[in-house]
Design a protein around this ligand. Structure first.
Ligand code: SF4
Length: 213
């Protein structure tokens, strides 16, 4: 079955014209911290936590005035809070030591920060610095594979396939479209295929490979 990339992208663009980053932030640093906090946590929950944090600790040196225990206590609602507190403080120290307290704009520098993987780095690059990037989270991974845009069995492979298939100028927007579609219609369990505007060009639906409700 042929994958109709152009039709898929057009349909996503039409369905989600307002798709954008859901993490509330006012600077690259805040976005970096919010994205670290969002691992295995919803953006909604992160957005409930960061108003306790950012007004007082909106820079690496301010954040480092917190002890690991104090930071862990502040973010304890978001899961993995001890590991996240440790990574955030280590990242703040690395930002000061290696980047003059600024968030770097290169993938190689971002992924060298504690607790920052390719997905987090791509989120920061595209949303804070307008660098075309496709962050592959659980929604992007699932939806891209169902639609037939990718077949890879790791986020890295899926990212590479999407970068090859999608025009560079649409990378960042495609990331948001796929996330929004995964949250609203193409759920992990029981996707809502009958009301999905993409079902005519969805590989999983057309081949009967998906159980829907
Ligand atoms: S048709 Fe179903 S599986 Fe395909 S994208 Fe839509 S909701 Fe997801």
């Amino acid at each position: 079955m042929r994958v109709e990339t152009g039709r898929i992208l057009a349909s996503l663009a039409e369905t989600y014209p307002d798709a954008k980053c859901a993490l509330v932030h006012e600077s690259p640093f805040e976005l970096l911290i919010a994205t670290i906090l969002s691992a295995q946590c919803t953006d909604e929950r992160v957005n409930m936590i960061t108003p306790r944090l950012f007004p007082l600790y909106a820079s690496p040196d301010r954040m480092l005035t917190l002890s690991e225990d104090e930071l862990a206590e502040t973010i304890r609602d978001c899961g993995l809070f001890r590991a996240k507190a440790k990574n955030i403080l280590a990242t703040c120290a690395a930002l000061l030591a290696r980047h003059g307290g600024q968030v770097p704009q290169r993938m190689v520098d971002l992924v060298a920060l504690p607790g920052v993987g390719r997905k987090t780095a791509n989120v920061v690059l595209s949303n804070a610095f307008d660098v075309p990037a496709i962050a592959v989270d659980t929604h992007v991974f699932r939806v891209a594979r169902r639609l037939g845009l990718a077949q890879g069995d790791t986020p890295e492979k899926v990212e590479l396939e999407l970068r090859r298939r999608i025009p560079r100028k649409s990378w960042s927007q495609a990331h948001h479209w796929l996330i929004w579609h995964g949250r609203r219609i193409c759920h992990a369990r029981w996707p809502e295929c009958p009301r999905c505007p993409l079902r005519d060009c969805c590989l999983a639906y057309r081949s009967g490979a998906v159980e829907y409700r």
